[in-house]
Ligand binder design. Structure first.
Ligand code: AMP
Ligand code: MG
Length: 346
């Protein structure tokens, strides 16, 4: 365990040397734990794909120590991207830009664009600084499984496949970065994440020539990595989407049915939901925090899914927490966890 407030320089120097030698280092960021390698070394980057079992057509995010380094890996940085970088970096926003030729195709899955971000975490910064290189890093989990929010999650998934794991304690956001594509003339939301879409739209609207934030995947940005099943636990997930009251009631009814069928069930719920779900006393309750506290819910979501999975439940019942702010990213991840079998109620 490294103290994030004053990371041990000797450890960071060793980690940086491993990156320079083409090895893999798992490290905490403010979003989730990343599995890092030298972004400019195709062979090192291949090790990431091997360790995770990641599909070759799923591009990686390149992490940088400072905003000024964007020009080292990307060209033609539009005004919109500059404004977003100024507003949110260091922080949990990833921007897709036209790539420079020094970035190997292995990193971008052959795309002409590269996804970049400057993480806001002292250990991530210390590692990038010690390595003196851009670091390509996806989440440090097995492919299609739940992203890790603690070092133990990384050990559980990847163990010996990683050369070094930097343990900085639980990550603060607990959900991946927001990804926007600014590689064309427009700005498009590719993946909702830790920076709410509303905040991004606000920055773009305040530009001298305002730019709208487009939603939904276009042909250009049909992001190869955004496959359907992702962030999935082993248990079946029943995900109820709709207004809180109705979704909670549907969740209770489904929970009773599952229990009656002899299934072991896990409930991933916010605090105030617990009272109305008393009838499901035989279930395992995993609380995510106050229902109105979306940052708290997001930060505990993945650990909650992993805990219920580890408890060996057959079914995980969970409801949506609204489409606003971080709710959109939570909704996206739960939709994937449920393999898109969302139960809509109204
Ligand atoms: P992960 O590192 O697992 O959180 O995933 C990173 C995601 O960023 C990928 O799965 C893609 O969806 C997206 N991404 C990375 N690079 C690009 C790119 N050049 N163009 C579009 N999307 C990208
Ligand atoms: Mg991932």
């Amino acid at each position: 365990m490294i103290d994030p407030r004053s990371p041990d320089r000797a450890v960071l120097a060793r980690a940086g040397a491993l990156i320079r030698a083409g090895r893999l280092v798992a490290f905490p960021t403010e979003t989730v734990y990343g599995l890092g390698a030298n972004a400019l070394d195709a062979e090192a980057v291949s090790r990431i794909f091997d360790a995770k079992g990641r599909a070759d057509d799923d591009p990686l995010i390149v992490h940088l120590a400072a905003v000024e380094q964007v020009a080292d890996v990307a060209r033609d940085v539009p005004t919109s991207a500059r404004a977003l970088g100024a507003a949110f970096w260091p922080g949990p926003l990833t921007i897709v830009l036209p790539k420079r030729s020094n970035v190997p195709d292995r990193v971008t899955a052959g795309l002409p664009s590269v996804a970049v971000r400057v993480p806001d975490h002292p250990i991530a910064f210390g590692l990038l600084d010690a390595a003196g290189l851009p670091i390509a890093a996806p989440s440090a989990n097995l492919f299609t499984r739940i992203s890790p929010t603690t070092a133990q999650h990384v050990v559980d998934d990847l163990g010996e496949r990683v050369d070094l794991i930097l343990d900085g304690g639980p990550t603060s956001h607990g959900i991946e970065s927001t990804v926007v594509d600014a590689s064309g003339g427009s700005v498009r939301l590719l993946r909702p994440g830790a920076v709410p879409a509303e905040e991004i739209a606000r920055v773009l609207a305040a530009l001298e020539s305002p730019v709208p934030l487009e939603h939904g995947l276009s042909a250009r940005s049909a992001s190869p990595g955004l496959m359907k099943k992702h962030y999935a636990p082993s248990a079946r997930v029943l995900f109820f989407s709709g207004p809180a009251e109705v979704a909670r009631e549907a969740l209770r009814a489904a929970g009773e049915r599952e229990l009656a069928q002899g299934h072991r069930i896990g409930l991933l719920i916010c605090d105030e939901d617990a009272a109305s779900l008393d009838a499901l006393g035989a279930a395992i309750f995993e609380r995510l925090g106050p229902c109105a506290d979306l940052p708290e819910i997001a930060s505990r979501l993945y650990a909650g899914l992993r805990t219920l999975d580890a408890a060996g439940v057959d079914v995980i019942c969970v409801r949506e927490f609204g489409p606003a702010g971080l709710g959109l990213a939570i909704l996206d991840r739960l939709t994937r966890a449920a393999n898109h079998h969302v139960i809509h109620v109204r």
